[in-house]
Design a protein around this ligand. Sequence first.
Ligand code: ADP
Length: 203
Amino acid sequence: MPIEIVGLTGGIGSGKSAAAAHFVTLGVPVVDTDVIAHALTAADGVAMPLLAAEFGRQVVAVNGALDRAAMRALAFADPANRRRLESILHPLIRAESVRQLDAARGPYALLVVPLLFENPDYLALVRRSLLVDCAEEVQLARVQARSGLTAEAVRAIMAAQMPRAQRLARADDVIDNDGSLAALQLQVEAKHQYYLANLAHSQ
Ligand code: ADP
């Protein structure tokens, strides 16, 4: 990898995308594994022929993209289906992440990985981890406002992720996103200055 990589992570709705968007305005190259996953499963996505061969036309929507509801139902119904799905998608997502990081230019790049601490494959790529953290009630309210999911459904997703205390214990750096978007952006700018001063020259 040509440049240093900071891994940006956080629970669902913690503010990863909002933080990443501000790093972009500061000129930092951002590689987002969720964005890559979506592109791979779009109508012309590289993963689609593989997924259609594995699970049949039932997981392909009329427009040719992944039928996410159908795929989610299959993955929920049987853990073996989830593993088959992941064994197709994960190597493709990681390979595309590495390709984009190799092409990135600048003092450092940001790699957004929601489950960074659960994935040694991604941890191995990053020099430092940056956690976007907020109180669980704030997280719940933001996800509900964004998605319209019930509180129960959001809590189920949160319960399946690493507990907040464990994420905090593992992170090298933390951004506190309990406050306003302006407060989030100020912290992003402070971390950016820190990375410019300390990371880019640490090789
Ligand atoms: P993630 O990418 O971690 O899932 P997002 O960045 O999408 O989280 O944030 C979740 C939702 O909360 C989005 O609708 C976003 O606009 C909003 N949001 C994030 N941070 C703040 C903040 N500090 N104040 C108000 N709304 C916020």
